[in-house]
Write a protein that binds this ligand. Structure first.
Ligand code: SAM
Ligand code: DTB
Ligand code: SF4
Length: 329
């Protein structure tokens, strides 16, 4: 049979206007839609736990306006060298003991040089030997680097689009949107799961929040994991002093992400320390099913483990991969 008789079925593209229409729904209707989509694909009472560690902190050459690790901004973050493997493994073991199933290493690089990548490959192997999923966020990747990470056993690579293309230039000038898409292509090409999301509360409009979600929704295939960060305002960064985003608008953003990215894990990411339990509960109701778990993100704080366990308990949410309970099975 001639291929021409079998036209490829093209996934319908998400239009920004359709996503804006979701944002504009009455809150209860939006939450109902999001929760309904969530239940089609996931157990609504299970949340995935990822622990982050900054393996190379500060001194970064880039100019991301939100980031305390950019060398050009005067923040409290001190530049450090790449951590040694023993320190990283100790943290990974502690993360596993606390109940995390994924360990994510972040490095304040524009992208890794080959001599930087080699020790990271050893760390990935060590994390895998512990039985954890391994994730890394090291900046832009060059040809061949994703394949090396895949061979070491990396499960996920995090590289965010951060915001809509129209707003991007207001936040970052040292790398383009296309650079980011190119790295995502390399990750996909090496058959590593894609973790890609963004930040809200940077002064973008609702249309631009919809624009970010449209970009994520139109990646083919869609990312397996989608971190939605609320900007953590850090003194010394250009975005410090930005008008805070209304927290219910953040909940709406999670709900819209859940509807558009129906099969992806949507991670309630940076910004949780400033959120009440009630807002976090609404985020779970809106379809968030992953969190960063552990006292620190990269350089800023995150709720402590006991507080998170108590919250999940209160909501009847099980951590993904938790050992079955002796009593309830
Ligand atoms: N240097 C690498 C890069 O930029 O790709 C990896 C680490 S970078 C810190 C990873 C992501 O963290 C950024 O893309 C951004 O989405 C998020 N992030 C950084 N600073 C943040 C902040 N102050 N608030 C919220 N999210 C932030
Ligand atoms: C992501 O989307 N958020 C994480 C992770 N990927 C690497 C980072 C959040 C960083 C928040 C600011 C800080 O702690 O430095
Ligand atoms: Fe560097 Fe990443 Fe921070 Fe941008 S977000 S300044 S690339 S560490």
């Amino acid at each position: 049979m001639n291929d021409m008789t079998q036209p490829a079925i093209e996934q319908a593209k998400w239009r920004v206007a359709d996503i804006e229409a979701l944002f504009a729904l009455p809150f209860s209707d939006l939450m109902f839609r999001a929760q309904s989509v969530h239940r089609e694909h996931f157990d609504p009472n299970v949340v995935q736990l990822s622990t982050l560690m900054s393996i190379k902190t500060g001194g970064c050459s880039e100019d991301c306006g939100y980031c305390p690790q950019a060398a050009r901004y005067s923040t409290d973050v001190e530049a450090e060298l790449l951590l040694d493997i023993d320190t990283v493994m100790e943290a990974a073991r502690a993360a596993k003991a606390a109940g995390a199933t994924r360990f994510c290493m972040g490095a304040a690089w524009r992208g890794p040089k080959q001599r930087d990548l080699e020790p990271v490959l050893e760390m990935v192997k060590g994390i895998k030997e512990l039985g954890l999923e391994a994730c890394a966020t090291l900046g832009m990747l060059k040809d061949g680097q994703a394949e090396q990470l895949k061979d070491a056993g990396l499960d996920y690579y995090n590289h965010n689009l951060d915001t809509a293309p129209e707003f991007y230039g207001e936040v970052i000038t040292t790398r383009t949107y296309q650079d980011r898409l190119d790295t995502l292509e390399r990750v996909r090409g090496a058959e590593i799961n894609v973790c890609c999301g963004g930040i809200v509360g940077m002064g973008e409009s609702r249309t631009q929040r919809a624009g970010l979600i449209a970009q994520l929704g139109n990646l083919t295939p869609q990312p397996e994991s989608v971190p939605i960060n609320m900007l953590v305002q850090v003194e010394g960064t250009p975005l410090q002093g930005t008008e805070a985003l209304d927290q219910l608008e953040f909940v709406r953003t999670i709900a819209v992400a859940r509807i558009v990215l129906s099969k992806s894990y949507v991670r309630l990411s940076a910004g949780r320390s400033a959120m009440s339990e009630a807002i976090q509960a609404l985020c779970f109701l809106a379809g968030a099913n992953s969190i960063f778990y552990g006292e620190k993100l990269l350089t800023t704080g995150n709720p402590d483990v006991q507080r998170d366990r108590d919250l999940l308990d209160k909501l009847g949410i099980q951590p993904q991969g938790a050992a079955a309970c002796n009593i309830c099975g």
